[in-house]
Each structure stands twice: as C-alpha cells, then as structure tokens.
Design a protein around this ligand. Structure first.
Ligand code: NAD
Ligand code: TYD
Length: 354
C-alpha cells in the first residue's frame, strides 16, 4: 500500500480517487482536515476496503512513526500543505509548521523506516514530494518557461515554504541516499477545489450573482493544468522515474487571469444563462502584494522520459470542470455556509476592495 498525506484536499483527493480506481492498490490517507480538507471528497470510497483514513498532522513524529511501523507502505506521497498564497501573505505561521516542519517530520521518519527495510522492500521504497512551479519565482513575458534546472527564486511565504521543503527533500537524497522524487506542477483546476482559489471562486460567485474579483489589471499569467492530468503525471513519476529526479508538470496552456474569467463567463452563459452575461460581474480590485506576474512550465522532460501528455486542453478541461460544479451544487453549499469560509471571503475581499 501507499501513504498519501493531504488526501482530503483538492489534488490529494483526486489522486486517491483515481489511484484506487485505476491502480487498485490500498491507500492510507493521513490528513489533518484543516479548513481546506474535506472528508466528503472521498465519500465514494466510504465503504472501500482499499482506503484507510487517519486524521492527524504530518508534523506529529510519533503518529507518523506508528503509521509507518504498522502499515509498512511501499511509498509516501506528500500532498499535505497550506496552499493558498493570499493566506500565506496574511499569516505565514501555518505554512512554516506544515510545509517546512511537516515535510521535515515526514522525511526524518521515512529515513528511519527506509533504513530498516531490506532487499526488495528497500529497493522499491519511494518518497514523492508534490511541489509547485511557484518555487521558481516570476517570469517576464519574454523569459523562457521554467525547466527543472531553473534556479529557485520564491517570492511569497507560500512559495518560499514549498521551496524550503523541496531543498530538504533533495538534501535527504544527496546526504542519506534516500529514494526521493519531486514534482513541480503548474496551477491545477478541476473537481473538489476549495473555492478560495481563482477558478472555483469565480464559478461559485457567478452562481450567486456576486462580484468576480480580479486583482490589479488581470494580465498576470498562469499555466493551467486539469487536475487528473497532474495525477497521471505523479503516477508515472512514481512508477518509472529513477530516484533523486525532479519533474516539471504543466499543460502549456498559458492564460491571463482576464482570459480565464472571460472563458468561465462564456461557458456559464451557455450552460446556465442568467438575465445578463456573467461578465458584468467582473470587478477589478487592489493587486495582491508581490504578485508573481507569469508562471510557465517547460514539461519536455516528463513528456520525453516518461511519455506523459495532458489529455485535456484548457478549453475541454474548464468546460468539464464547470459542468462538475453545476452537477455538484450540494458540495458548494456546505462550504458556502461554513463560517470559517465566510469569514475569509468577507475579510479578504472587503479589505482588498478598499
Ligand atoms: P489543498 O489546500 O486543497 O489541500 C491540502 C490538504 O492538506 C488538505 O486536505 C489539508 O487538510 C491537508 N493538510 C494541511 N495541513 C496538514 C497537516 N499539517 N497535516 C496533515 N494534513 C494537512 O491543497 P491542494 O491544492 O490539493 O495542493 C496539494 C499539494 O499540491 C500541495 O503540496 C501544493 O503545494 C501542491 N500544488 C498545488 C497546486 C494547485 O494548483 N492547487 C499546483 C501545484 C502544486
Ligand atoms: P490562485 O488560484 O490563488 O493561485 P496562485 O496564486 O497560486 O497562482 O490565483 C490564480 C491567479 O488569479 C493569481 O494570479 C491571482 C489571481 N486571483 C484573482 O485575480 N482574484 C482572486 O480572487 C483570486 C483568488 C486569485
């Protein structure tokens, strides 16, 4: 079996659902269930004998040790993180606790566990760190896309904490020979994304006839990848990569935030027409401090070495995603009425708008 941390969050849940469906190998999910973790994301596996769920913190050494000793996973995949840049700007503390110290705790326990394995078990063990393209910093319009050799240059507390974690993972490989892998992926979108991130927030606000907030001029660029393509990339890296390698994963679908919001509005205008086009809700507000201007991923390495390709274009993936949210309004409703979520939206956007 494998151990997946953060398996109740957006990407982790998609990964676990696909893993059990496609690979059919048991999974232990370790998740603290922070505001971003939602056990209902794994509802369809509620009665599955393949899923073991443990509520807990990755930064709890005795807990991590006992999980490894008891369940003896053949691989650990770390998706657990504080993941929202705006929250990291307001209050970085949890980002240090989970993204840096939590990753260190997993690595230390993995090291003890791995060192005591032998034979095939030791040979086969892997520690895979799920990371982000944001560790590379920000590009200008003319810069080439990030490759695996681009130096790290993180510019906000979230990306700095993820960069620190990646450095620890690499250091454990170089120092102790640990069989680690790192994936650095671009912006994901798809089912089960917490509606504080751009795309699900736009959909949720549009459906409630609320403003669609765009920071600054909206010409910042992100490279968007459908979440299930990211999950497939991770499966390929885990299965086929030599140890110690890093892979960039991206869709090569660079879009400005204005292009994204227009696309979302156009599709909603077709699928759920309102009196006026949803575009009338677009509202520019003060820019994010230190806002990274452009991210772009060069994913040639994973394409050529591991034969990975995205299956969705941005146009097909975003349409599927919007249809999923329309078909799962009950999923939105529970979050919409959650006090913690409402407080974030009210305070963040009220202050941004002034
Ligand atoms: P998310 O915020 O939706 O989910 C994070 C999950 O981790 C939640 O279930 C949460 O409860 C859990 N968690 C947080 N702190 C924990 C702790 N201390 N112990 C145990 N569990 C804890 O995040 P996501 O968007 O699914 O991102 C998953 C990973 O992928 C992160 O490492 C993120 O940096 C990376 N990533 C995200 C994107 C993206 O676009 N969302 C892109 C590239 C990489
Ligand atoms: P986000 O989904 O937070 O991802 P990240 O900051 O990790 O790339 O934001 C994506 C882009 O959308 C980013 O340039 C910030 C911008 N954005 C807005 O313009 N308005 C919003 O309300 C949010 C949440 C993001």
């Amino acid at each position: 079996m494998i151990l997946v941390t953060g398996g109740c969050g957006f990407i982790g849940a998609n990964f676990v659902l696909d893993w059990i469906n496609i690979v059919k190998e048991p999974v232990i999910v370790l998740d603290k269930l922070t505001y971003a973790g939602n056990i209902n994301n794994l509802d369809s596996l509620r009665h599955s004998p393949e899923l073991i769920f443990i509520k807990g913190d990755i930064n709890d050494p005795p807990l991590v040790e006992s999980i490894l000793t008891q369940h003896r996973p053949r691989a650990m995949l770390n998706f657990a993180a504080e993941s929202h840049v705006d929250r990291s700007i307001r209050k970085p503390d949890d980002f240090i606790h989970t993204n840096i110290n939590g990753t260190f705790c997993l690595l230390e326990n993995a090291r003890q566990y791995w060192q005591h394995l032998s034979g095939n078990e030791k040979e086969a063990f892997r520690f895979l760190q799920v990371s982000t393209d944001e560790v590379y910093g920000s590009l200008t319009a003319q810069d080439p896309a990030f490759s695996e050799t681009t130096p790290y240059h993180p510019k906000n507390p979230y990306s700095a904490s993820k960069a620190a974690a990646d450095h620890l993972v690499s250091a454990f490989h170089h120092t102790y020979g640990m069989p680690t892998l790192i994936t650095n992926c671009s912006n994901n979108y798809g089912p089960y994304q917490f509606p504080e991130k751009l795309i699900p927030l736009l959909i949720l606000n549009a459906l409630q006839n609320k403003p669609l907030f765009i920071y600054g001029d909206g010409l910042q660029i992100r490279d968007w990848l459908y979440v299930k393509d990211h999950c497939e990339g991770i499966r390929k890296v885990l299965a086929d990569s030599p140890i110690g390698e890093t892979f960039n994963i991206g869709g090569n679908f660079e879009k400005t935030n204005l292009e994204v919001v227009h696309t979302v509005c156009n599709i909603l205008d077709q699928l759920k027409p309102a009196k006026h086009s949803y575009k009338t809700l677009i509202t520019h507000i003060e820019d994010r401090p230190g806002h990274d201007r452009r991210y772009a991923i060069d994913s040639k390495k994973i394409q050529t070495k591991l034969n990975w390709q995205p299956t969705e274009t941005f146009e097909s993936g975003i349409r599927k995603t919007i249809q999923w949210y329309l078909d799962n309004l009950a999923w939105f409703d529970t979050l919409k009425n959650n006090n913690h979520y409402q407080n974030w939206i009210n305070s963040h956007y009220k202050e941004s708008a002034t």
